[in-house]
Design a protein around this ligand. Structure first.
Ligand SMILES: C[S@@+](CC[C@H](N)C(=O)[O-])C[C@H]1O[C@@H](n2cnc3c(N)ncnc32)[C@H](O)[C@@H]1O
Length: 223
């Protein structure tokens, strides 16, 4: 079963990112600061892959005037987002679906955290272009996901570091090895150059790397 549709897996979701993504809390905080640099106190934000509600909660707590549209295909992950948000949910509209189900905006900013590696290359191009189309001119877009160099032996080395970080965070070695095999075979992990090209081809400019944590990288770019 897809882990984002499995109620038991979803119930444990929030434990995952801090143990699997080096510097997860700092990455979220940097994302919020990069957005706040450019957008007003009453900004309207698009959050793609919003299931679980972790970044929605972090952004809503840091910025009491921001409102959010959160999009995610997984109903269970959206239910978890509601629970995570509690009273903050009053500033959030959650939509079940994909980018085409998002309101037209125009939004002051957008994020897509730990999500684009679930989207195949061609669909990712289209998804990023559809985010761009919903943003005001100059609006920031912050993304972070799996992205590794893929020269001779490099992909395997970086994925072994993903598993090593998981084990060092307390995940059992066999589970970490399974997770490594799953991300290697089921997800679409591009090179950093390909990820940056997708942002540029979608019309974003000033594409800048702001975060690198072993197998994960994050960029800010501007519509
Ligand atoms: C690893 S979770 C990340 C959730 C959240 N952004 C965070 O940082 O904790 C990935 C989420 O992306 C969603 N997802 C998968 N494919 C998607 C797509 N094409 N568009 C939007 N969300 C997608 C999944 O349902 C899941 O909730």
């Amino acid at each position: 079963m897809d882990p984002f549709s499995d109620p038991q897996a979803v119930a444990r979701y929030a434990e995952g990112p801090p143990r699997l993504v080096p510097g997860y809390d700092g990455m979220q905080r940097m994302a919020q600061l990069l957005l706040a640099e450019r957008i007003p106190d009453d900004a309207r934000m698009l959050v793609l892959g919003a299931g679980g509600g972790l970044e929605l909660r972090a952004f809503a707590q840091a910025q009491p005037g921001w409102t959010f549209d959160g999009i995610d295909p997984a109903a269970e992950m959206l239910k978890l987002a509601e629970r995570t948000l509690g009273p903050l949910a009053a500033r959030v509209h959650l939509h079940q679906g994909y980018i085409d189900d998002a309101p037209e905006g125009p939004f002051d900013a957008a994020t897509c955290l730990l999500t684009l590696h679930f989207v195949a290359h061609e669909a990712r191009r289209r998804t990023v272009a559809e985010v761009r189309r919903r943003l005001k001119p100059g609006a920031p877009f912050v993304v972070a996901h799996l992205s590794v160099p893929q020269g001779e032996g490099e992909r395997a080395l970086w994925l072994s570091r993903y598993a090593a970080f998981a084990v060092a965070s307390g995940i059992a070695p066999d589970q970490a090895a399974n997770a490594q095999a799953t991300i290697d075979t089921r997800l679409t992990i591009l090179t950093p150059e390909q990820d940056e090209a997708i942002l540029r081809e979608a019309g974003f400019s000033n594409v800048s790397l702001f975060y690198a944590g072993f197998t994960f990288r994050g960029w800010v770019a501007y519509a």
